[in-house]
Design a protein around this ligand. Sequence first.
Ligand SMILES: NC(=O)c1ccc[n+]([C@@H]2O[C@H](COP(=O)([O-])OP(=O)(O)OC[C@H]3O[C@@H](n4cnc5c(N)ncnc54)[C@H](OP(=O)(O)O)[C@@H]3O)[C@@H](O)[C@H]2O)c1
Length: 247
Amino acid sequence: MTSPSVLITGALTGIGRATAYAFAEAGARLMISGRREKAGRALLWELREKGVEAEFVRADVRDDDEVRKLVDAAVARFGRLDAAVNNAGTEGTVGPIVEQSAESYAATFDTNVLGTLLCMKHEVRIMLPQGSGSIVNLSSAMGKKGAAGAAIYAASKHAVEGLTKSVALEVASSGIRVNAVAPGPTNTDMIVRFTGDAAGADSLGKSLPAQRLGEADEIAPAIVFAAIGKAHFLTGHSISVDGAFTA
Ligand SMILES: NC(=O)c1ccc[n+]([C@@H]2O[C@H](COP(=O)([O-])OP(=O)(O)OC[C@H]3O[C@@H](n4cnc5c(N)ncnc54)[C@H](OP(=O)(O)O)[C@@H]3O)[C@@H](O)[C@H]2O)c1
């Protein structure tokens, strides 16, 4: 595939941003998306200055119409959609189960689960008539095990795993691949919010098998491999990139 066209949600920070740069290095054309117009334009110009063919569209992944317009804009700009990375996510309100509510549940599930579902709905709509395409959803190590104090987040990522496998089965005969990448604790703004502060993130890192957090640019190559690598029979799976956290 020469110059694949790739859509990335939540591309303005952390793993999404590192993924945008990793795809750029692989020669991809990029539709980057996020909720913040100014930060989106800033990343767009950074990429374009490096010679990357890129576009930015603001979209909230919880909104069906905004996701439809985002996916359609990628196709209008590049003529097709070869790969999509559904990376936008939130840790929600971390804390004990007795402090959770319908609102904290919805605030997490609406982005992590409904958002992934809506993105896949529109991406598959485009990829089916193409007869090809590759989708990568961002799961988490917490989508494979429990997480004390982060039950809603862990449950939302278990749901992402279920959506990934189910849609992969649904489209397996149509030339579309659907996989997930499941990072372990990774050094981004999310892990700092998760643990309370930078010192909390640092001490979490020291408690891990690798005695450190992962870095976003150590997760991104696995996403690029799953999305546009040559393992064309890889579909319906979730690749752990977690420094042996779930081993
Ligand atoms: N860091 C980790 O330890 C870790 C581990 C496993 C999995 N993950 C997953 O990796 C993905 C990226 O996380 P990260 O660590 O890079 O954290 P991050 O820097 O907070 O990135 C999350 C991105 O998603 C965007 N986003 C949130 N809600 C959105 C919505 N409703 N619509 C559109 N965009 C939205 C955020 O943009 P705004 O600025 O608009 O909020 C932000 O750019 C997430 O799915 C996360 O669950 C992270």
